[in-house]
Design a protein around this ligand. Structure first.
Ligand code: SAM
Length: 417
């Protein structure tokens, strides 16, 4: 038993946790969302920080080829016993998730990281390593402790001082007794975008079942699970569940071209959207580029933490399918993006039949230390486009990664100059 391993001596407790009401709810509610998101067996699944095999074993039972990577030999031993009892094949590898590609190779069809980042000193390093072990379009299942609800459990069980403390401090110990960091979905989504994962949807896990008694009868347990399933994606409940479950998809290096994002957006558009943005009036990929290269200003819309919309003029540079928006330090849009890292940009010109409009929605990453982006290209690109020195006022740079693009141009828009 290694003295450096904070998990040593706790594997049996954690395995037992999955027999408690709370543990069973965690497993069932996550499995509900995970199974439909996975490619069919025998796809290769990497369970990083998979511990005692609570997820690895049921997946192996369903025919998945599971590799469980964990830094604790003791927890792996618990998983080995569980697999042996059932005659299941699970590859068990001891080591840190940060070294995943060296330890387990690459090409995984799916990666699980369930309450792993809570313990990570360098969550970007961990997620980057997991991205390197995954193949393109692989699914990531990320389960994390929810920053927004940290005070709820102590506050509802009479630990009022602890509830007050965690309002301002994301570090807490939980029942396992190991200090860990909870994060907001906004933080997690930004981490995913900056490490090559495209966030998909997210759900709140275990809101009402977080308070179940271990001796809860089966009928009541089934009811509370139904209740938690019903609120998993329903506002405002999901925001205050104990855990958040995010699904993401491994992206290729580089961002997809704007024309490709537009084609996908048109394909997925609802009938009402197609009526407002008729596909035959979309700008061609070249027309889209020419228009956006020529334009300098746009309206950027973000959401205030209390839900009220905020819109303001911004100047932008477009580079390889990504919009770069310099901002003064402390601006409203930076505060808004910290709470909800998603923005809509509208670029338009002209009136009536001749007007052109482009709307772009996407993940918005804030570069609070803009130095590397400025040195990388933005200082020069800005000077070329605007003829001014951006560095005299810029405090942060927003990187808007388009996920939805729609455009409208005059008749024969493919020829827009
Ligand atoms: C709370 S347990 C979760 C286990 C499992 N993912 C689950 O949800 O049942 C956290 C696990 O992550 C492992 N772990 C923590 N940091 C790790 C790291 N950097 N690399 C690999 N495993 C790690 C621990 O050894 C432990 O098994």
């Amino acid at each position: 038993m290694s003295l450096e391993d904070p998990f040593a001596g706790r594997a049996a407790w954690f395995a037992g946790h999955y027999r408690s009401g709370r543990g069973r709810a965690r497993l069932e509610l996550v499995m509900d969302r995970l199974l439909p998101a996975l490619p069919p067996p025998p796809a290769r699944v990497l369970d990083a920080g998979g511990g005692t095999g609570a997820f690895a074993l049921p997946l192996a039972r369903r025919g998945y080829m599971v590799t469980l990577l964990d830094r604790s030999g003791e927890w792996l031993e618990e998983a080995r016993r569980g697999a042996a009892d059932e005659g299941l094949r699970v590859q068990l590898i001891e080591g840190p998730a940060e070294r995943a590609p060296d330890l387990v190779g690459d090409g995984f069809d799916a990666v699980l990281a369930h309450t792993l980042l809570v313990y990570a000193e360098d969550p970007m390093g961990t997620l980057s390593a997991l991205r390197a072990a995954a193949k393109s379009e692989a699914v990531l299942s990320l389960l994390e402790k929810n920053r927004a609800s940290l005070a709820l459990r102590p506050g509802l069980t009479g630990e009022y001082e602890e509830a007050l403390r965690v309002l301002d401090d994301p570090i807490s110990a939980g029942r396992l007794g190991i200090p860990n960091r909870s994060r907001s979905t906004a933080e997690l989504r930004s981490l995913l975008v900056s490490t090559g994962w495209r966030p998909r949807d997210w759900a709140g896990i275990r809101l009402f079942s977080d308070g179940v008694r271990d001796d809860i009868d089966e009928a009541s347990f089934a009811s509370v699970l139904r209740l938690d399933r019903a609120v998993a994606t329903r506002e405002p409940y999901r925001r205050v569940a104990r855990l958040v479950h995010l699904l993401a998809v491994a992206e290729d290096a580089g961002r997809p071209p704007l024309g490709g994002v537009q084609a996908q957006s048109v394909e997925r558009a609802a009938r009402s959207t197609r009526a407002a943005w008729p596909p035959d009036r979309s700008l061609s990929p070249e027309g889209l580029h020419r228009f956006l290269e020529r334009k300098k200003y746009a309206v950027l819309s973000t959401a205030r933490p209390d839900g009220r919309p905020h819109a303001a003029m911004v100047a932008f540079c477009l580079r390889e399918g990504v919009f770069w928006l310099p901002s003064v330090a402390g601006s409203a849009r930076l505060r808004n993006l910290a709470a909800e890292p998603w923005a809509t940009l509208v670029v338009s010109e002209g009136e009536g039949e001749e007007h052109i409009a482009v709307v772009v929605e996407g993940d918005a990453l804030v570069h609070a230390e803009p130095g590397p982006v400025l040195d990388g290209f933005l200082r020069d690109a800005w000077a070329q486009k605007f003829g001014t020195d951006l560095t005299t006022w810029v405090g942060a740079v927003v990187e808007l990664v388009p996920r939805k693009v729609l455009s409208h141009g005059p008749e024969g828009a493919v020829a827009v100059q």
